[in-house]
Design a protein around this ligand. Structure first.
Ligand code: DOR
Ligand code: ZN
Length: 343
């Protein structure tokens, strides 16, 4: 049977929530990944180093005993963020980046930033302390078509940020368009991007053709096929600017199967396997290890992992849900087959 051994990967963008959902989802990530960049969009958001410390302690308590997983914490930027908090974060050993959510762009982004130029002094401080800025790159203008929001953000806000802060390390998170890929390619080495499994594997037909499938609804929304192909090309190109970030974003099933369903795909149950499928379809399995295990740690200036994981080409069916009746989470590809499995 075909197997694939990789240096242990890291997930450079994930939502693990807190409380009961954290306990349900974290073991999946801790089993596959050495480290993960933990998104700070809790309710209320994680905005201070002290809050990140408390959140890290809660996460550590949810890691299975046999796992050596390390959570890498981030802080949520707001117009209230103090300059001194950036210094404190830079001096801490466990806060690795700040996250910028345009206000209203996505789940729990209401404390985000409405006018990005208002936080330029904070971006200057991030640049000074060499702390990466992680960006949810979508405009929030309600008149902008939802399929155009990333492209518009890249043209307007992102171009200005990159020009004004040429030494600021930036990760454009979960890129979904040819426009975003092209922007990252043209920018200097300080600008990189994460790519999710759902944006590599599916186009918007998965979400909308033949019925609305809410478990494929995430933000930025999945785009048309030509964009998916650009993402596959970027991920499999061997360019270190593109690396793995699942954006696994668990929501209770009833909040997604709803007249106004939440945005987010839960993919942690089969993250590396889903990427293996995408790379295999592109005949680029030889490029998976660097994308999953090298380029992200290099960008964050952290050592690469040394342990390994092995995937085996074998078919299994994804369960209909994970958790309990009270904490029920429907995974990506629920009830469908996946052709790789971690052993
Ligand atoms: O689909 C998404 N879900 N996109 C995000 O940016 C946030 C995430 C969440 O927290 O659920
Ligand atoms: Zn996210």
């Amino acid at each position: 049977m075909k197997t694939l051994t990789l240096i242990k990967p890291d997930d450079w963008h994930i939502h693990v929530r807190n409380g009961a959902i954290l306990k349900t989802v974290l073991p999946h990530t801790a089993k596959q990944f050495g480290r993960a960049i933990i998104m700070p969009n809790l309710k209320p958001p994680v905005t201070t180093v002290d809050q990140a410390q408390a959140y890290k302690t809660e996460i550590m308590a949810a890691i299975p005993v046999d796992s050596e997983f390390t959570p890498l914490m981030t802080l949520y930027l707001t117009t209230q963020t103090e300059l001194s908090e950036i210094k404190k974060a830079a001096e801490s050993s466990f806060v690795h980046a700040f996250k910028l959510y345009p206000a209203g762009a996505t789940t729990n982004s209401d404390s985000g930033v409405a006018d990005i130029s208002a936080i330029y002094p904070l971006l200057a401080e991030l640049e000074k302390y060499d702390l990466p800025l992680l960006i949810h790159g979508e405009v929030t203008d309600p008149t902008c078509d939802i399929f155009d929001r990333e492209q518009r953000f890249v043209e307007s806000s992102l171009t200005e940020i990159v020009n004004k802060f040429p030494n600021l390390r930036i990760v454009l998170e979960h890129v979904t368009t040819t426009d975003a890929v092209d922007f990252v390619l043209k920018a200097g080495p300080q600008v990189a991007a994460t790519i999710t499994p759902q944006h590599l594997l599916f186009n918007r037909n998965a979400l909308l053709a033949g019925g609305i499938r809410p478990h494929y609804y995430c933000l930025p929304i999945i785009k048309r096929e030509s964009h998916r192909q650009s993402l596959v090309n970027a991920a499999t190109s061997g360019n270190p600017k593109f690396f793995l970030g699942t954006d696994s974003a668990p929501h209770l099933t009833h909040t997604k199967e709803n007249a106004c369903g939440c945005a987010g795909c839960f993919s942690a149950h089969a993250a590396i396997e889903l990427y293996a499928e995408a790379f295999e379809q592109a005949d680029a399995l030889d490029k998976l290890e660097a994308f999953a295990s090298f380029y992200g740690s290099d960008f964050y200036r952290l050592p690469r992992n040394t342990a390994t994981i092995t995937l085996q080409q074998s078919t299994w069916t994804v369960p209909a849900s994970y958790g309990t009746d009270e904490v029920k989470i429907t995974p990506l590809k629920a009830g469908e087959e996946i052709h790789w499995k971690i052993i």
